[in-house]
Write a new protein. Structure first.
Length: 376
């Protein structure tokens, strides 16, 4: 892309490359390459976050006043691309990318001063308590009840599919504080401590057998009302703000890195090579669209977020299939009865990535949002 070849940006890219070459430890890089889960476990991601934090680069998207590096959109894109190229693990998004922007926007000065530095340093590890057994796509149907009691709320109910709740010490949650009016009108947004009595975390296994998400049960869990973000019954606006950050990802850099890795294996069957070339072209188009979204050209951010989520996740799933085919084909050619180590990574990754078109709002729902915005 021409705009990425501006001399100042080339110098920036070199600076990032040099940093990664020196400071990304081999053991972290190797663990990231072996990771099969959707989100990388904190024993791999947090040590890397601490290294980045020391450099002031843990939160590229944050404004400088809160501890971000003060980069432009395009510099952030280059940084993400270089991290993917170097094989750095992605950092957990729940704190840095999801709850932090809403704390900046809706939080009181005390909440900002308390939470933001702890998110940046990795001292607090967050999970997202939105979905419930009866509320996924129809999130406003959520029923986890929060009843005022003195200066607290008392919470009863459950959350499900809560990624990394078994690692987290903090949760941001949507709770029902009223049944009056529209379902969206009775929801509040709370920040809570996972060590609060009455809160229990039960594992759910993924298709590949990993423990990544959970069901979380609330049995008379007491949460101070001071831990609410935004007004009572105004949590839906906070959640909508947050979901834009959850969806608005940079998919192309990581996927380009994966495709390059597959191409580097060499000796590809012509049919597989042509599929690889086709995905490479798709990724060029995706990257162009991501750069366009970053510059704020040609559509609302919410529309871009939905479109990029669909394109990014569906391309990722095709690349997962291609990876299994390429690695499987090579393994078949020199079969010795052993499952090759890279196939043992590619297959669970393929299975776990089936979830990508479901989480952060399923792709059917994203298509619905686009249709409603564009067709009225
Ligand atoms: C790996 C993974 C991690 C997750 N992590 C978290 C987390 O940390 N925290 C959290 O709160 N949640 C999390 N989720 C939950 C996720 O947000 C929900 O799975 C998602 O919102 C879909 O809800 P559901 O599973 O209840 O499916 P449903 O809403 O029951 O949908 C079932 C199917 O029906 C389709 N459908 C539903 N409504 C419509 C419609 N109106 N039009 C067209 N099609 C429709 C959907 O697209 C889907 O295919 C995670 C999910 C996964 C898979």
């Amino acid at each position: 892309m021409d705009m990425l070849n501006d001399p100042a940006l080339v110098a920036f890219r070199e600076e990032v490359r040099a940093f990664l070459a020196t400071y990304l430890p081999d053991d972290i890089r190797r663990s990231a390459a072996r990771a099969t889960s959707v989100f990388i476990d904190p024993d791999v991601s947090l040590p890397w976050q601490r290294i980045l934090h020391e450099k002031g680069w843990a939160a590229p998207d944050w404004p400088a006043e809160h501890g971000g590096p003060g980069w432009s959109e395009i510099e952030r894109y280059i940084f993400a691309a270089e991290c993917a190229r170097a094989g750095a693990p992605s950092l957990a998004p729940m704190g840095l990318k999801m709850v932090a922007p809403v704390i900046m926007h809706y939080g009181s000065p005390e909440q900002r001063a308390h939470y933001l530095p702890r998110i940046l340093s990795g001292e607090d590890y967050w999970c997202q308590g939105f979905s419930e057994p009866g509320a996924g796509s129809d999130l406003a149907a959520l029923q986890l009840r929060a009843v005022p009691d003195g200066s607290d709320y008392i919470l009863n109910g459950s959350k499900i599919w809560t990624t990394h709740a078994h690692f987290a010490n903090r949760m941001f949650a949507l709770v029902r504080t009223s049944n009056e009016g529209k379902p969206q009108a009775g929801i509040s947004f709370l920040l809570l401590d996972m060590a609060t009595p009455g809160l229990t975390v039960e594992p759910i296994r993924t298709l590949a057998g990993d423990h990544e998400f959970n069901q979380v049960f609330f049995d008379d869990v007491r949460v101070p009302q001071a831990n609410r973000l935004g007004g009572e019954n105004e949590g839906w606006s906070v959640a909508k703000h947050l979901l834009t950050f959850e969806r608005g990802g940079k998919y192309a850099p990581g996927l380009i890195g994966r495709l390059e890795g597959l191409r580097a294996r060499g000796n590809l069957d012509p049919v597989l090579r042509s599929r690889l070339d086709r995905e490479a072209v798709t990724l060029q188009a995706l990257q162009a669209l991501e750069l366009k979204a970053m510059r704020g050209v040609g559509g609302s951010p919410a529309l871009f977020a939905s479109a990029l989520k669909i394109l990014g996740t569906e391309t990722a799933q095709r690349i997962d299939t291609l990876a299994c085919d390429i690695i499987g084909h090579a393994a078949w050619a020199d079969a010795d009865g052993q499952t090759p180590a890279d196939l043992a990574v590619a297959v669970p990754r393929y299975l776990n990535d089936r979830a990508a078109t479901i989480y952060a709002g399923s792709n059917e729902i994203q298509r619905d949002l686009i249709a409603r915005t564009m067709l009225g």
